[in-house]
Ligand binder design. Structure first.
Ligand SMILES: [Zn+2]
Ligand SMILES: [Zn+2]
Length: 341
């Protein structure tokens, strides 16, 4: 199994390389200009508070003082998630975010044709594949790319992706050597010091989330899911995906109202993730797969809606004295975010 270069840790670490769902969502020049106007206006107000603040050394201080939706936003690349430990690196999904991860890997053994990549797939919707033709390690002779899915169509998917007229380089001419592995539902596989178990999610086409475990800690990746099954009974065999988990990455493409309108579209809302997390004692939840039509302001509004729901649920649990609910640390994820579990 491959080495996670220069990343020595005994904990599970992870990085979000793409958090946008369905389609990449770059800012239009007009949207960028509007964003710049708001930032400059905020800067003027900030400097007016104290004239000594208005110098270039303080620009970082100012930018860091802004909420995410007023400054950097959440990112526009589609799903790609990196999980790593002392001994191992695993990538989940090949959305457009994998392009930048590929450049990062090229600085190590992958750039010399001596690299190994372990790449898991949740499912094969375009937003989880579209970055693969631009994943540089695939084109370097000597690299070994190991591909995994529960679904049996993995090889057919690659044969379709790397074929004219969709892409000029045919699968047989990629350079790297490809190895296909089929995972069994709910059966753990050891990748170095990481144990990985696939569990089924609720999506229009079969989709499998992954639980990563190491040294008594666990990270659950639950994207894409509509999470139609919420109760322990309904979750059945897939309940362990949400149990004994420290950090859960969860699909929150929609606001609560949108999730009621878009039944069977395959995506969830933050309140569903919070409901499960509070019941199962999940310590932290990171919401991703933001809708491509959602502006930063709209994502921030969904965050406020989730905060309201969360506070109400905790209060209700206190007054009704029902089953106890755990408090949860949660936030909406952004591209480049790193986690330690
Ligand atoms: Zn998706
Ligand atoms: Zn999907």
């Amino acid at each position: 199994m491959s080495q996670a270069d220069n990343k020595s840790t005994s904990r599970i670490k992870a990085k979000l390389w793409g958090v946008r769902g369905s389609l990449p969502a770059p800012l239009t020049p007009e949207a960028l200009q509007n964003q710049m106007k708001k930032v400059l206006s905020d800067y003027q107000s900030w400097c007016a508070l104290d004239s000594s603040l208005g110098n270039s050394r303080n620009i970082d201080l100012f930018l860091n003082s802004l909420p995410r939706h007023r400054s950097l936003g959440y990112g526009g690349n589609t799903p790609c998630f990196e999980v790593f430990s002392d001994q191992q690196r695993i990538i989940v999904d090949g959305g457009s975010g994998i392009r930048l991860l590929g450049y990062e890997l090229m600085k190590g053994p992958c750039g010399k044709g001596q690299g190994r990549v372990d790449l898991l797939f949740t499912h094969f919707h375009w937003d989880h594949l579209m970055g693969l033709p631009f994943f540089a390690p695939l084109f370097i002779p000597g690299n070994q790319i190991h591909l995994y899915s529960v679904q049996p169509e993995l090889q057919v998917v690659f044969q379709t992706l790397f074929r004219k007229p969709f892409f000029p380089v045919e699968l047989g001419n990629l350079g790297a050597q490809l190895f296909y592995h089929q995972l069994e539902p709910r059966r753990p596989v050891e990748f170095g010091d990481l144990r990985v178990t696939p569990y089924e999610l609720d999506h229009p086409d079969p989709c499998w989330g992954y639980k990563f475990e190491k040294g008594g800690r666990a990270l659950a990746y639950c994207v894409d899911t509509e999470c139609k099954r919420v109760s322990r009974d309904d979750l059945g065999l897939d309940l362990p995906l949400y149990q004994g988990v420290d950090t859960m990455i969860f699909d929150a493409q929609y606001t609560i109202m949108e999730s009621l309108e878009k039944v069977n579209w395959g995506h969830a809302t933050a309140s569903l993730g919070l409901e499960i997390a509070m019941r199962e004692g999940i310590r932290r939840v990171v919401f991703v797969h933001h809708d491509p039509a959602s502006s930063s302001e709209k994502i921030a509004a969904a965050e406020n809606q989730a905060r309201e729901y969360y506070t109400q649920q905790l209060k209700r649990a206190e007054t009704e004295r029902g089953a106890p609910l755990s408090s949860v640390e949660w936030l909406f994820g952004y591209e480049g975010m790193t986690l330690e579990v």
